[in-house]
Ligand binder design. Structure first.
Ligand code: PGA
Length: 258
């Protein structure tokens, strides 16, 4: 991965967009053009694109500051998995990272146990895992903390401490994804603290400090500065705003200015 642990990060999750390869090429070129200089100013910028577009888009992002990533894959190596694509296959096309455990994949039946296997597969071939965690609803008793920590416990259960620094966590409250509703920044910083404390108990403080925590869920160019300032996070996982190069660049610039 071009980036280093501790650097700020903005990842665009294109999901199942755009509908043609040529519009994907245009979007990648425009994102690259609008975010020029971001890497030098201390931000790792990446786009997680549909798997089918990876070979073509890798020619556009090669040698540029934009990291190319996947939105999901099955395991590190080849195997008997009809319809599957492995991290090892995608690595040949220079992917640097992959989103794992996005709530939209979980909604299709993905379990924490399956995400754990994918995490091991990604780490085995040198793909940086961006692991999504988050509660579906926010209750008054604080059960959402337990839910998130349980996800982390299950998914991280076989990770050796020396590999843990390569993992990025994206805190994405499911109720904030694509809804234009966001938690207040204080709630994000509280969750970050709870996650960091838990990681410290698991791996020790030196390693826990190096694991980046992003926020995702209705992030846009308007609220990005506020979340960076008061949410205490290392950057963002951005959905819909990442499909507009100007809006996405606005978020990247807010992060680099923070
Ligand atoms: P959103 O999506 O920014 O459109 O809310 C975030 C995500 O799904 O990662």
């Amino acid at each position: 991965m071009k980036g280093i642990a501790g650097k700020k990060m903005v990842i665009g999750n294109w999901k199942m967009n755009p509908i043609t390869l040529s519009s994907a090429q245009n979007l990648a070129r425009e994102v690259s053009r609008h975010t020029r200089g971001a890497h030098a100013s201390g931000v790792d910028v990446g786009i997680a694109v549909p798997t089918l577009y990876i070979p073509t888009l890798s020619k556009i992002t090669k040698g540029k500051w934009i990291m190319l990533g996947a939105q999901d894959a099955l395991q590190g190596s080849a195997g008997s998995e009809t319809g599957g694509v492995s991290f090892g296959m995608l690595k040949e096309f220079h992917i640097a990272f992959s989103i794992l455990g996005h709530s939209e994949c979980r909604a299709r039946g993905e379990s924490d146990g399956q995400i754990k296997e994918k995490l091991i597969g990604a780490l085995a071939v040198g793909v940086t895992p961006i692991v999504c965690v988050g509660e579906t609803t926010r209750d008054d008793r604080g059960d959402f903390y337990t839910i998130v920590l349980k996800q982390i416990d299950e998914i991280f259960s076989s990770v050796q401490a020396h590999k843990a620094t390569r993992i990025v966590i994206a805190y994405e409250p499911v109720w904030a994804i694509g809804t234009k509703q966001t938690p207040i920044p204080d709630h994000v910083s509280e969750m970050r603290l709870v996650i960091k404390k838990h990681l410290t108990e698991k791996f020790g403080i030196t390693i826990a400090r190096k694991i980046r925590v992003l926020y995702g869920g209705s992030v846009d160019e308007e609220n990005a500065s506020m979340f960076m300032r008061d949410g205490m996070i290392d950057g963002f996982l951005v959905g819909s705003a990442s499909l507009d190069p100007v809006r996405f660049a606005g978020i990247v610039h807010a992060v680099s200015a923070a």
